[in-house]
Ligand binder design. Structure first.
Ligand SMILES: CC(C)(COP(=O)(O)OP(=O)(O)OC[C@H]1O[C@@H](n2cnc3c(N)ncnc32)[C@H](O)[C@@H]1OP(=O)(O)O)[C@@H](O)C(=O)NCCC(=O)NCCS
Length: 181
């Protein structure tokens, strides 16, 4: 049984001891980096980050981190949640746990703990086939926008309208920048 638990004194060290495969290291920051980053966000940002230990029963097997942006803060000009870290330890990959954990994370996001939103965004390395397939399976659609080598994908949240014109304007600008770089 997969659950998402808050980071506590009991599980934080297990979280930082989780590892991805060597070939996956370019795809994600270490969990110690992410927890340090979440501490800075906690002290400075308007809203706290969402950080979770992904647990199989009582065993910590993964880590997830997300945050919310207002339309003003978002490069896409819409209230949104951003999944910035999501990993399953190398010894537990390929057994369906990533899928179960992502379903739990999306359930939490859909409860709008930090406020409502129009969409969920995620970015993954263009060569990260596992991430592409995982997110596509949940309905994320690639925007075509690449930022720092990572494809940005979007999942619309029911009941909120996406301002297509604004998004298109941003996409055109980003593509122009990408081609100029
Ligand atoms: C991406 C990741 C979280 C998937 O976790 P997982 O537990 O191995 O995934 P699951 O076993 O639940 O598989 C879920 C789906 O992912 C895809 N997938 C998983 N491994 C895959 C692989 N090696 N190649 C292609 N697709 C793969 C499949 O679509 C799979 O669904 P299916 O079995 O119905 O086809 C894991 O590989 C990981 O931690 N990678 C390193 C960190 C990372 O890249 N994070 C994403 C960017 S933030």
């Amino acid at each position: 049984m997969i659950s998402l638990e808050k980071i506590t004194w009991d599980n934080w060290e297990a979280c930082i001891n989780l590892r991805v495969r060597d070939d996956q290291k370019p795809f994600i920051a270490s969990n110690v980096y992410s927890l340090a980053q979440s501490y800075v966000a906690l002290l400075n940002d308007r809203q706290p980050p969402m950080t979770y230990a992904i647990c199989l029963g009582k065993t910590v097997i993964g880590f997830a981190m997300a945050y919310r942006e207002t339309a003003r803060e978002s490069r896409f000009s819409e209230d949104s949640y951003v999944i910035c870290r999501f990993m399953i330890d190398k010894d537990y990959q390929g057994r369906g746990y990533g899928k179960m954990a992502l379903a739990r994370l999306l359930d939490k996001i859909r409860a709008f703990p930090l406020g409502s939103a129009d969409a969920v965004y995620v970015a993954y390395n263009r060569s990260n086939e596992a991430a592409r397939a995982l997110y596509a399976g949940f309905g994320f659609i690639e925007t075509g926008i690449v930022s720092y080598g990572e494809m940005i994908a979007r999942l619309p949240l029911a009941g909120r309208n996406f301002v297509k014109a604004r998004f298109k304007r941003y996409a055109n600008k980003a593509n122009t920048r990408e081609h100029q770089a």
